[in-house]
Ligand binder design. Structure first.
Ligand SMILES: Nc1nc2c(c(=O)[nH]1)N=C([C@H](O)[C@H](O)COP(=O)(O)OP(=O)(O)OP(=O)(O)O)CN2
Length: 140
């Protein structure tokens, strides 16, 4: 089994805010991340797929196709956007890195199989919110 990865990036604004709590409680729990007028991050997304190299191409998946898939279905929807206000798949969800990566998985998982003609499956997503904070998700 070979693991193949593609790195993409996007910039987005958000705030961490639970609408069921008061402003004071949001500030207590989330600190500056609950700042009323938003803040931004340079996100880095690493998409890893797994499979065996196709004997005709030597590819587990065509990385150009994988990049196009990630850009058209994820990056175009979140880049230079406000994750709380502009992104349909984040509606009614807290804009945490964890919740983002779960929504990304739901979008990418079936499409990776499709573009690889069922040769590859999605293995993991790693999403950096800052150079020091990142989450990894394996679909479980
Ligand atoms: N489990 C999570 N914890 C936190 C998340 C998250 O998505 N999941 N997000 C945040 C905030 O969005 C926050 O803006 C993170 O930025 P910051 O604290 O500035 O990040 P760094 O730790 O990298 O910066 P330092 O300068 O090193 O403090 C918070 N928690």
């Amino acid at each position: 089994m070979i693991y193949v990865s593609r790195l993409e990036h996007f910039n987005a604004a958000h705030k961490l805010f639970n609408p069921n709590w008061s402003l004071a409680k949001n500030k207590e729990v989330f600190g500056p991340c609950a700042n009323t007028n938003w803040h931004g991050h340079n996100y880095e997304l690493i998409v890893t797929v797994k499979g065996k190299p196709d004997p005709d191409t030597g590819f587990v998946i065509d990385l150009k196709k994988l990049s196009t898939l990630i850009r058209s279905h994820i990056i175009e929807k979140v880049d230079h956007k406000n994750l709380n206000l502009d992104v349909a798949f984040m509606e009614d969800k807290l804009a945490s890195t964890e919740n983002l990566v779960v929504e990304f998985w739901k979008i990418l998982e079936p499409r990776v199989q499709e573009i690889s003609n069922n040769n590859a499956t999605l293995h993991s997503l790693k999403l950096y919110e800052t150079p020091r904070n990142y989450v990894e998700y394996f679909g479980e």
